[in-house]
Ligand binder design. Structure first.
Ligand code: SAM
Length: 222
């Protein structure tokens, strides 16, 4: 794409590849582990596709709810950890490495799920991402997502340059610029409405949002 963001997005993926061995610490430090209990309250079922699965913190909760589960991520280091987590729990999923900014779905699913991914999709790629998601949803299917809310901005350091990016530091001292949007529930539902989705986005306890979206007029797209 000629929006000048390829370098930033390549850097973002490189950051997560490097972060994979230390990624789970955020779940321990910030009590995110109990957040994955949200899965039990969300409408997840049938054939499930998880995007940006990371180390499998959500994958392991989705697997028992899914007829079949496919989990994708761009970082092989993340996929390795996720696969081991599933195996240790005696669960199965199909793992696939994909760049979600180039991804064209080859199949359709009843549920498409992503946690802490949408906030890393820059505004310029938002519509294209949701168009790809639409092509992955079966008639009657839904998209379910969880992310940080707008108040989380205070926990991050804005990167200079006026882009919607933040600076993150890894244990080795390296600094990385990462896209981070702080969506608020009402604004996000409105944005999705303009793209042809009917979305219910609500605050969830602890500085998070949870959303469920269905295509408003499926026949216009198929
Ligand atoms: C904030 S983590 C979320 C991981 C997991 N969903 C969770 O909630 O713990 C973002 C994930 O996006 C993945 N990612 C970053 N850029 C990507 C890209 N271009 N394509 C696919 N995955 C990407 C990273 O490897 C990382 O696993």
């Amino acid at each position: 794409m000629s929006d000048g963001l390829d370098g930033l997005l390549d850097g973002q993926l490189a950051y997560y590849r490097a972060r994979a061995p230390e990624y789970d610490e955020v779940y321990d430090e910030r009590g995110f582990s109990s957040l994955t209990n949200l899965v039990d309250e969300l409408p997840i079922g049938g054939d499930v596709l998880e995007l940006a699965c990371g180390t499998g913190q959500w994958t392991v909760r989705l697997a028992p709810r899914a007829a079949q589960l496919t989990a994708v991520d761009g970082a092989p280091e993340m996929l390795d950890i996720a696969q081991r987590r599933l195996e240790a729990a005696g669960l199965t999923a199909t793992f696939r490495q994909e760049d979600l900014f180039a991804w064209r779905p080859q199949a359709r699913y009843d549920t498409v799920f992503f946690a802490f991914w949408l906030s890393h999709v820059p505004p310029q790629r938002f519509a294209a991402f949701w168009a790809a998601v639409a092509a992955a949803v079966r008639p009657g299917g839904r998209v379910v997502f969880v992310d940080t809310d707008a108040a989380e901005r205070r926990t991050e350091r804005a990167a200079p340059g006026g882009r919607e990016t933040v600076l993150r530091r890894l244990k080795d001292g390296s600094e990385h610029e990462v896209v981070k949007l702080f969506h608020d529930a009402a604004g996000l539902a409105g944005q999705l409405g303009k793209l042809g989705w009917t979305a219910q986005v609500d605050p969830a306890d602890g500085g998070f949002i949870r959303g469920v979206a269905t295509l408003t007029d499926r026949s216009a797209r198929d």
